[in-house]
Design a protein around this ligand. Structure first.
Ligand code: SF4
Length: 197
């Protein structure tokens, strides 16, 4: 019987899930990510929180609920790796500091990100959640603040879409930046529907 060939991405995902590069992770390594060679939309987030670390499911929290509503999709679609990839800037829960979750571990993106992205050639839309993902994916095109990058969203359209974090704590920020809910999110929902057809 012929052996089923292991694709480059399958091997990479296997390797990432066994990764222990970072020392000092408060709950140990538990990389949370999904994706396939056919994924068309990439969610580039920050890093798992404690709750999602414990459940083992990325965006399995209030932020995820809000993100799915921003994208106009249900849970089943969101977790369909054949269509949607989820690659945070750090795959493991980094711990919590005085003002919330710590930044994604800086070891993670250089170790894995380029190779994973190269193995996902079907990505047509990358949703950049928060400043870490925006700095990595936009490079010199990133604005001086998250607000300026997000307000400039049409510059990057339709391949890259910068967003604030969907945390309920950002309700005040969204009220001060009404163009996000009035213009950016409706355009994003339409684009997501086109890509998921
Ligand atoms: S955060 Fe990334 S580099 Fe660090 S242990 Fe987890 S998967 Fe490995």
């Amino acid at each position: 019987m012929l052996a089923v060939p292991i694709t480059r991405l399958t091997q990479l995902l296997h390797d990432v899930r066994g990764c222990s590069i970072c020392t000092g992770l408060p709950l140990g390594p538990r990389p949370l990510l999904q994706g396939s060679a056919t994924s068309r939309i990439l969610i580039a987030g920050q890093a798992p929180g404690r709750r999602t670390h414990e459940s083992g499911i990325p965006f399995d929290d209030m932020s995820g609920k809000r993100l799915r509503s921003w994208l106009g999709i249900d849970r089943e679609t969101f977790y369909d790796a054949g269509r949607i990839a989820i690659l945070p800037m750090g795959f493991c829960y980094p711990g919590t500091g005085k003002s919330g979750d710590l930044p994604p571990r800086k070891e993670c993106a250089p170790a894995w990100r380029d190779r994973l992205l190269q193995a996902m050639p079907g990505i047509e839309l990358t949703v950049l959640i928060g400043s870490y993902a925006q700095r990595w994916h936009l490079g010199a095109r990133c604005g001086r603040s998250l607000a300026s990058t997000v307000s400039d969203w049409e510059r990057f359209w339709p391949d890259l879409v910068p967003l604030p974090h969907p945390s309920p704590r950002n309700v005040g920020w969204l009220q001060k930046n009404p163009h996000v809910e009035q213009e950016l999110l409706p355009a994003l929902r339409r684009q997501v529907q086109v890509l998921l057809r």
